[in-house]
Design a protein around this ligand. Structure first.
Ligand code: B1M
Length: 215
């Protein structure tokens, strides 16, 4: 297979053998971010489709996710970055009950490489922990990620909790993840949340929104 097809295939097959050498070769052709966006994410999309249609079993999805993570970790030092973390601080977490973190970690990388300080709390984080971290770290914003349909409900409950604690105007909230839709966030959630809540389709929209919030 040609290089970029082979790389995409490695994600789908969960095949790490020779991954680094292929990534080195790919880096001679295009920037790290383009490799992630155009090649690796396309492989993850196929994994999602195969799993969703019952053609791929969960342990293999996990293997694919691990190869994806290894590839992103390998590429990260090759990404362009602004050195200062001085543009603002965001607390980032995958919500309660959800273990998906590849997208959240990409958001972390993109924001960190573009001048933001990211406090990444990890997966399955209850709102209490997120709010404590936001207060402790004097965060400028909170970012929540979640890929399960039930996570969209958790996000709404989290915003309700923020309303009832009277902290909604303190932190703008960025939401992202595959199960969310723009209209759910911009209509339903905007209507109930007393503060500022925004939808990010991908990590780059997350960056644009942070720039707008801090601007
Ligand atoms: Co799971 N999984 N999974 N999974 N998994 C999905 C989400 C699913 C859609 C697959 C499918 O059925 N087709 C489905 C959800 C269905 C639903 O809820 N309706 C699903 C399921 C069902 C499950 C389990 C329940 C399976 C089971 O146990 N029977 C289980 C859930 C466990 C749990 O959470 N409690 C489970 C487990 C797993 C693995 C552990 C095997 C693995 C995750 C490994 C890991 O993350 N460390 C996994 C994977 C890999 C997937 C798919 C295949 C790929 C997800 C991914 O990494 N995509 C996924 C299929 C899919 O999404 N279509 C699927 C790449 C990633 C870069 O995209 O995270 O969407 P994403 O991030 C994007 C944007 O959404 C955005 O930016 C990123 C791109 O720039 N974004 C943000 C995300 N967060 C953001 C936050 C922001 C801004 C932007 O600001 C705060």
């Amino acid at each position: 297979l040609p290089l970029f097809e082979r790389l995409e295939r490695r994600i789908v097959d969960g095949d790490r053998n020779g991954l680094d050498a292929d990534l080195d070769e790919a880096l001679r052709d295009r920037p790290a971010l383009a490799i992630i966006n155009d090649t690796l994410l396309s492989g993850m999309k196929t994994v999602g489709e195969l799993f969703g249609s019952g053609q791929m079993q969960l342990p293999f999805v996990l293997q694919s996710a691990e190869v994806m993570k290894a590839a992103v970790a390998y590429l990260e030092p090759h990404m362009e970055s602004e050195d200062s973390g001085g543009k603002g601080r965001i607390v980032l977490a995958t919500v309660k009950g959800d273990v998906h973190d590849i997208g959240k970690n990409l958001v972390d990388i993109i924001l960190s490489n573009n001048g933001y300080e990211v406090v990444n709390l990890g997966i399955k984080q209850p709102i209490t922990t997120i709010l404590d971290a936001a207060a402790e770290n004097k965060a400028d914003a909170i970012g929540m990620s979640g890929l399960l349909v039930k996570s969209t409900v958790i996000m709404k409950e989290n915003l309700e909790e923020m309303n009832s604690r009277g902290v909604s105007t303190r932190w703008p909230v960025l939401l992202g993840g595959a199960a969310l839709t723009r209209s759910y966030v911009e209509n339903d959630l905007t209507e109930m949340y007393l503060g500022d809540v925004r939808y990010a389709r991908d990590a780059f929209e997350g960056l644009r929104l942070m720039d707008a919030i801090m601007g």
